[in-house]
Ligand binder design. Structure first.
Ligand SMILES: Nc1cc(-c2cccs2)n[nH]1
Length: 242
């Protein structure tokens, strides 16, 4: 899979691209990430200006339609595979695991990272990108949202996670809608906090049963909305926080 990131701040991605899982996936040729600085498409070369004040007044600046549309078209044409265009915005469809799994089936994704007050509306009208939000909060720019999408998608690509780290059993993966059961590792006791005996028993059936119950209780307690209608308890669970 290839990602093309359109951004005013390509350097923001420097450290992120060298983090181990992503770096290994790139080195192994499982993913390619290209950055494109929107300022390279500025008409006004001395100042490389790509933003301007909004018509009708109002705070802040908008990213102008001409450099943005020209940049996206040029980047799209850089490789034969057409890019699935995604614009990061708080107004977009909320990212969830199902959308991440859908994105992971794409051969090429272009991530358009806005700044300031966003893009001139004609960028959306002309390019018709998919608008995606990573949550109901406002960031200073789309770059963090873009990294979130890259992170959630790359780990789903075949071969990226070894079998022992498979994403198949993740919370939310492939329709799984239960929260994770508690996990423990050595030491067996720390400051009086011990590991549940069942996990030390070697009884795999009992362990699986315990883990399933722990997931169910935690999901009821924290994310009852994830449970299918027919399995929602109609009483307050003893662990239910008030
Ligand atoms: N979910 C989300 C996206 C964003 C931004 C994208 C671009 C500028 S701010 N904030 N929150």
């Amino acid at each position: 899979m290839r990602f093309d990131v359109v951004t005013l701040f390509p350097a923001i991605f420097d450290g992120y691209l060298t983090q181990s899982l992503l770096d290994k996936a790139i080195v192994r040729g499982l993913v390619e990430i290209q950055r494109h600085n929107l300022r390279d498409w500025a008409e006004d070369t001395p100042h490389r200006k790509v933003d301007d004040r909004p018509f009708g007044g109002g705070p802040g600046m908008l990213l102008q339609v001409e450099p943005t549309v020209t940049c996206v078209r040029d980047v799209d044409a850089m490789c034969d595979v057409p890019a699935r265009k995604i614009l990061l915005t708080p107004q977009g469809r909320r990212l969830d695991q199902r959308l991440a799994e859908d994105l992971a089936t794409s051969d090429r994704i272009m991530l358009m990272c806005g700044r300031y007050e966003g893009f001139d509306q004609r960028v959306l009208d002309i390019l018709q990108p998919e608008e995606i939000s990573i949550g109901d909060f406002v960031l200073n720019g789309g770059e963090v949202a873009a990294m979130t999408i890259i992170d959630a998608v790359v780990r789903l690509l075949p071969g990226v996670l070894g079998d022992e780290q498979s994403s198949l059993d993740d919370s939310f993966s492939r329709g799984n809608r239960m929260l994770e059961f508690p996990q423990y590792t050595r030491p067996r006791e720390f400051e009086g906090h011990t590991v549940p005996d069942v996990l030390l028993s070697g009884d795999h059936a009992a362990i699986a049963k315990w883990r399933a119950e722990q997931s169910r209780v935690k999901t009821i307690d924290r994310r009852r909305d994830l449970l299918p209608e027919n399995s929602k308890p109609n009483h307050e669970h003893p662990n239910q926080r008030s």
